[in-house]
Design a protein around this ligand. Structure first.
Ligand code: NAD
Ligand code: SF4
Length: 442
């Protein structure tokens, strides 16, 4: 069995309640931090741990915290980004629903480290049923003295609020999230300035993902150096992976970073292999924004080394032969899946979710959707395939926020690795008019 931290108590009956969570050692990190540590020493442990942001970008959490403008006399804020909307990603939802106190505990120690006295959990609008779960956990923590004024008899005070978004994917982008929390339309801002300097209400703000925040108590309990021994190289610790698609055992798994991809897909401890005795055709390892890879490149790097579940190994070879760990949304496709149809589905999503501020994203996502639709439905031309690549190139790097890149990369990668499948759609229009065409012709 691989090392478990976040999910070690997931099967303990009643773990959602404060009482059981506390009995299992919960909130020990809050006592340790508030009674025996300073905010700087908490931050130091997080830096030593090498924890990288679990929302998708993998930016070092301790470094992000250290960017917070501490000279400013304005209030500082911590926002937990719980707007998990990346297709294929559902691990934050799982954490909040089944281990709400893990997030509340993480919010308290992280807020203490940052000197924040008001913090927010910005939750995806569609997660309505999780709202009362978090509210209840907050009330239980408050009743036990872990929130409110002079917590645990110290001079530290914290108020924690859950804010529900309206269900827009773009509000997962940190600056759009800040705008939305301020009551405005969720349009991303230009960066710099980064939120660490100019964030919520113009004040220094850190925005961290749910899983990153829920990991902080484990780092404090075991010490940053010990945490850094888990994992591989600069990919330290454990990571939650949302596994879906054509596998025998879809679900949320905690892995130690560095686990071989092949073991993750085929071992019974994790995905349990490809369903219906079929072969794997491709995989998107980090949520819909990252490049798709064909099986051979998913299991081995271009150098012939086993591909590992780590930030470095999954991106080895750049986008020519690699992908990204991203948010850990691991989507597996069997040999019957139609890559063109899947790429069109992603393109529709990004077109729908584009906020429309920058023309390469607003117009480009629309064009990619249209061109992919006509190829998929048997109305495409050979020149459409290069047109897709051209539009993707024009979006990449030319937009305010990463949604543009996220829309462009999957399209470019699908054409790069599965061009023959796009050509098949153009050559045999009659065959692809049936939406289940590839299922019939593996
Ligand atoms: P990013 O690389 O722009 O930023 C990463 C973080 O580091 C941000 O918080 C940013 O403020 C901070 N940062 C970077 N440089 C800094 C500097 N010089 N000073 C201060 N702070 C700095 O990426 P991002 O926009 O935060 O995230 C993009 C990723 O989000 C994508 O790769 C995608 O995988 C992921 N994503 C996840 C979901 C989800 O549901 N989990 C949804 C959409 C996208
Ligand atoms: Fe909006 Fe797209 Fe520009 Fe992001 S890249 S700001 S989503 S138009």
């Amino acid at each position: 069995m691989g090392r478990k931290l976040l999910l070690k108590d997931i099967n303990v009956p009643g773990i959602k309640s404060f009482e059981v969570y506390r009995k299992m050692g919960g909130y020990a990190s809050v006592e340790k931090a508030l009674k025996t540590m300073t905010p700087d020493s908490v931050m130091e442990e997080v830096k030593k741990s090498g924890l990288r942001g679990r929302g998708g970008a993998g930016f070092p959490t301790g470094m992000k915290w250290s960017f917070l403008d501490r000279k400013s006399d304005k209030p500082r804020y911590l926002i937990c980004n719980a707007d998990e909307s990346e297709p294929g990603t559902f691990k934050d939802r799982f954490l909040m629903e089944y281990l709400p106190h893990a997030l509340i505990e993480g919010m308290i120690v992280s807020s203490f480290a940052l000197g924040a006295n008001t913090s927010y959990i910005y939750m995806r609008g569609e997660f309505r049923w999780i709202f009362p779960i978090l509210e209840k956990a907050i009330e239980e923590a408050r009743a036990a003295g872990f929130l409110g004024n002079n917590m645990l008899g110290t001079d530290y005070s914290l108020e924690l609020y859950v804010h529900s978004g309206g269900g827009a994917y773009i509000c997962g982008e940190e600056t759009a999230q800040i705008e939305s929390l301020e009551g405005k339309r969720g349009n991303p801002r230009n960066k710099p300035p980064f939120p660490a300097v100019v964030g919520l209400y113009g004040c220094p703000t850190v925005v961290n993902n749910v899983e990153s925040i829920a990991t902080v108590p484990h780092i404090l309990n075991m010490g940053g150096d010990e945490y850094a021994k888990i994992g591989i190289g600069k990919s330290t610790g454990t990571k939650l992976i949302s596994a879906s698609g054509h596998i025998n055992k879809p679900g949320v798994y905690e892995i130690e970073l560095g686990l071989p991809v092949e073991e993750f897909i085929y071992s019974d401890e994790y995905c349990g292999g490809i369903w219906k005795g079929r072969k794997m055709k491709a995989c998107v390892p980090g949520g819909s924004s990252v490049p798709i890879l064909p099986t051979e490149l998913m299991l081995k790097t271009a150098k012939g080394e086993p591909r590992l579940m780590s930030y470095e190994s999954l991106s080895d070879g750049g986008f020519a032969t690699g992908s990204m760990l991203g948010s850990g949304g691991f989507i597996v496709f069997d040999e019957t899946a139609c890559i063109v149809r899947n790429t069109w589905t992603y393109a529709r999503f990004y077109h729908h979710e584009s906020c429309g501020q920058c023309s390469p994203c607003r117009e480009g996502t629309g064009w990619m959707e249209k061109v992919l639709h006509r190829i998929e439905t048997g109305h495409g031309k050979m020149s459409d395939i290069d047109l897709l690549v051209d539009v993707a190139k024009k979006i990449e790097g030319n937009t305010i926020c990463p949604l543009g890149d996220a829309a462009a990369w999957p399209v470019a990668a699908a054409v790069r690795h599965f061009r023959e499948e796009f050509e098949y759609h153009v050559r045999y229009p009659e065959k692809v008019k049936d939406p289940k065409h590839f299922e019939k012709e593996p």
